[in-house]
Write a protein that binds this ligand. Structure first.
Ligand code: PEP
Length: 258
């Protein structure tokens, strides 16, 4: 199976989200083997997008969650509130939140824990910065983020976990990691997950790539067995680009059945 996450970020309002959700679902039409598709609109559009996604094969995701169930946390949203809106997945620790909102590994850990306890599938984002890649410390940085994010986490039989390897220098820059740069990191993440969560946990965990994925380069990532899917930002709000990404996944899945 391949998973495609559409992270619309803060790029679309409610009306645009509704139109984009319709267009996004059309990309699946007529295809026999389709990827798991998770659409993550802004919070304010979740209930409208839910109405469209509800009748489809796609799932609904949120772009963030808070770690408490309720209380005096102005502006925050809990997992239970998201579930009420039909949300099944949640992005946690995106590099933009780490950069602009000072989200720490400890916060990522609490959110991951809370999401899992509430039955949501966390999409935990990790990735090194450009200086760290240049200094040759990328694995060290990602390893540390992952260890902290998953500290104390145990997956129950019904839980799923998605980890998105998103090198910060590749996000929104039009400069994706090359396949030869990201594959060793995927293998590293997988072996670390095995160590941290055990064989059962590892079998319930999928590793995705994110960072300037577009219609032209998606196939090169998706055809790799190590790559369970892609997290797409900018290209997910450009329907022609996104259609090519979805179709690249369909082709990979179709080829696997031959
Ligand atoms: C992202 O939002 O996580 C992302 C990968 O963005 P982009 O596809 O624009 O690089």
């Amino acid at each position: 199976m391949k998973t495609i996450i559409a992270n619309w970020k803060m790029n679309v309002g409610v009306r645009e989200s509704v139109a984009l959700a319709r267009g996004t679902l059309l990309t699946l039409r007529g295809r026999k083997h389709i990827p798991e598709l998770v659409i993550c609109p802004p919070f304010v559009a979740l209930s409208e997008v839910r109405k469209i996604v509800a009748r489809s094969a796609a799932a609904l995701g949120a772009q963030n969650v808070f770690w408490a169930e309720s209380g005096s946390y102005t502006g925050e949203v809990s997992a239970r509130m998201l579930e009420e809106l039909g949300v099944t997945h949640v992005i946690i620790g995106h590099s933009e939140r780490r950069q602009f909102l000072s989200e720490t590994d400890e916060m990522v850990n609490k959110k991951t824990y809370h999401a899992l306890a509430s039955g949501l599938t966390p999409i935990v984002c990790v990735g090194e910065g450009r200086a760290e890649r240049r200094a040759g410390t990328a694995q060290e940085v990602v390893g540390e983020q992952l260890k902290r994010a998953l500290s104390g986490v145990r997956l129950r039989a019904s839980d799923h976990l998605l980890i998105a390897y998103e090198p910060v220098w590749a996000i929104g820059t039009g400069e994706p990691a090359s396949v030869s740069e990201m594959l060793p990191m995927h293998a590293f993440i997988r072996s670390l997950v095995q160590e941290l969560l055990g064989p059962h946990g590892a079998s319930q965990t999928r590793v995705l790539y994110g960072g300037s994925v577009n219609g032209e380069n998606a196939y090169a990532f998706l055809r790799e067995e190590e790559v369970d899917g892609v997290l797409v930002g900018s290209a997910s709000v450009k329907i022609n680009q996104f259609k090519d990404i979805v179709h690249a996944a369909c082709e990979v899945l179709e080829a696997q059945t031959l």
